[in-house]
Design a protein around this ligand. Structure first.
Ligand code: TUI
Length: 307
């Protein structure tokens, strides 16, 4: 299947593996790229030198295109932006902010820049600043989210810009892929289903929570702090929401979540840790290789779209 996105990036399938913080390290990114999609390393809150190693290790495992996601709230975002140029990374996605200040160095280096946007206004601003495509991410996604749904955001962004749009949030199978194409997207980004990929090194306790999750098992914490985060309900979300309702200060809330994603992903603490996952987790029921996931989605979608 060819779209402007497969042509732009030189990939076989218009499927991005979401650059999830702590989760999307080099094994997953290389496997997703080897399977024909776009594998993405999630820089999350990691230091620049750690991400540099991830880039080098990915290159050892695959010759195919891959990307790096820069989480713009990372205090080392400036150093990461520079490192990506030095390492010759070809595709950069960004999240949780406006990447405008890096556009000059990235475009001069020939990098394809694809920011996540959660509104039409930011999509238009990004197009004017010279990005190559945008990822329109709905509130169904896991992690840091905006408020618009994928169903409403994607067609409005498609109408507002002329660059390609990648749909994200709530997509995990061929039906979600086909629906995204109907909304005008030219690729999809998928996170939650890749969380349980065989090549994904997230702790098994985390995988089991995603596999067991039902449709309404996620909560959004941080609506009052301006940093809403979707995650699977557990002791952590119950405590957080109770504190939030009681009017806790930003400091108290931040203290509770400090290092909590790492705790769940690396240590497997799914009680006090943060289990970020999207609303589609209820449909994600089996662990498969990236190759199996990509091929299953494309086969289903091609049948539906009658390609
Ligand atoms: O970035 C994400 N998802 C994430 S980042 C993350 S790491 C983290 N860890 C702990 C606490 C908080 C975050 C986990 N999940 N998705 C992309 C995304 N970007 N979603 C929404 C946005 C967004 C929102 C507003 C992008 C830009 C924006 O406007 C910024 C502006 O300055 O106009």
């Amino acid at each position: 299947m060819k779209t402007r996105v497969t042509e732009l990036l030189g990939i076989q399938y218009p499927i991005f593996q979401g650059g999830m913080a702590w989760v999307a390290e080099y094994h997953l990114a290389a496997a997703a790229s080897e399977a024909g999609g776009l594998g993405i390393i999630g820089a999350g809150g990691a230091p620049a030198e750690f991400v540099r190693e991830q880039v080098r290790k990915t290159k050892e495992l695959t010759d195919k295109p891959f990307g790096v996601n820069v989480m713009l709230m990372n205090p080392e975002a400036d150093a990461i932006a520079q490192m990506l140029v030095e390492e010759g990374v070809k595709v950069v996605t960004t999240g949780a902010g406006n990447p405008g200040k890096y556009m000059k160095i990235w475009k001069e280096a020939g990098i394809k820049v694809i920011p996540v946007v959660a509104s039409v206004a930011l999509a238009k601003m990004m197009e004017r600043s010279g990005v190559d495509a945008v990822i329109a991410e709905g509130t169904e996604s896991g992690g840091h989210i905006g408020s618009a749904t994928t169903m409403t955001l994607v067609p409005q962004v498609v109408d507002a810009v002329s660059i390609p749009v990648i749909a994200a949030g709530g997509i995990a199978d061929g039906r979600g892929f086909a629906a995204s194409m109907m909304l005008g997207a030219e690729a999809v980004q998928i996170g939650t289903r890749f969380l349980v990929a065989k090549e994904c090194v997230v702790h098994d306790n985390y995988k089991q929570k995603v596999l067991a999750a039902k449709d309404i098992d996620s909560e959004v914490t941080g609506l009052s702090t301006g940093h809403p985060v979707r995650q699977i309900r557990n002791k952590m979300t119950r405590e957080y929401l109770k504190l939030e309702k009681a009017g806790a200060t930003l400091d108290e809330l931040e203290h509770l979540t400090l290092g909590s994603l790492r705790k769940a992903v690396v240590e497997g603490d799914v009680v006090d840790g943060t289990i970020m996952a999207g609303q589609i987790a209820g449909m994600v029921k089996k662990e498969q290789t990236c190759q199996e996931i990509m091929e299953e989605i494309m086969a289903e979608a091609e049948k539906l779209l009658k390609i």
